[in-house]
Design a protein around this ligand. Sequence first.
Ligand code: GLU
Length: 284
Amino acid sequence: MRVTRFAPSPTGHLHLGSVYSALFAWRLAKDLGGRFLLRLEDIDQTRCKPEFAARMLDDLAWLGLDWDGEVRVQSQHFDDYRASLTRLDSMGLLYPCFCTRAQIASEIEAAGGAPHGPDGPVYPGICRDLPRSDAEARIAAGEQPAWRLDVVRAVKRAGPLKYHDHVRGKTACKPLRFGDVVLARKDSPTSYHLSVTVDDALQGVTLVTRGEDLLHATDIHRLLQALLGLPEPDYWHHPLLLGPDGKRFAKRDKSVSVPDLRMAGHSPAEVLAMAEALAPPART
Ligand code: GLU
């Protein structure tokens, strides 16, 4: 059975762009006789707010985008991410990183720049060869590290990988361009890349649909799946909705926020139609 999902981060209100993304996953599940799941990606406890989460659920229900089963709330599952992190560490693929943003920036400047990956400048590897005993002493003294994937080792271990995207077909993964991604942040026992990969597997998602802005992230997710022995879902990266100025919608943009459209008296059918009207022609 096909299982799709919508996985918003409750850092603001739903807007027409996120409505389109939810509708995309919901409709595919309905058309394929599958299940549509909902997940709240609230690992960033400083930016995510319970009132946004509650309002998102209310707005999705009002739109008629009903989901199957329980909502998975990531902040309630930190142990699942810790378990995967421990597994990767026992494979010798992680290292603790104590760098501050400022240290990384000055190292990059001193080196005359760094390659730019999909998540920003590639980490210059300052902590990669720190002896583990030194790192453990610093942790014991109260320093909180981030945990990075040694991507060169990880790729060596996993070998060449591909994923299947509905629009693009078989696509070769190029995870090296990210550099050593953070899998657990200093302020959180996980990161977007780790939690999304673990959750899609735990929730039994077979078709991951999301915006094209996350296309490259799939290279890292596929790598983590291979390392952790998780099943490989299919992908469908859809185009992002753009406003009349050609820019993506932001959660703070009131003209497209669902609570504001609701308050202005629009019906659910009208809001869904507005999102669809802005959608670029489907590429199939
Ligand atoms: N939580 C992400 C966002 O709101 C989406 C993650 C995903 O679909 O993989 O942009």
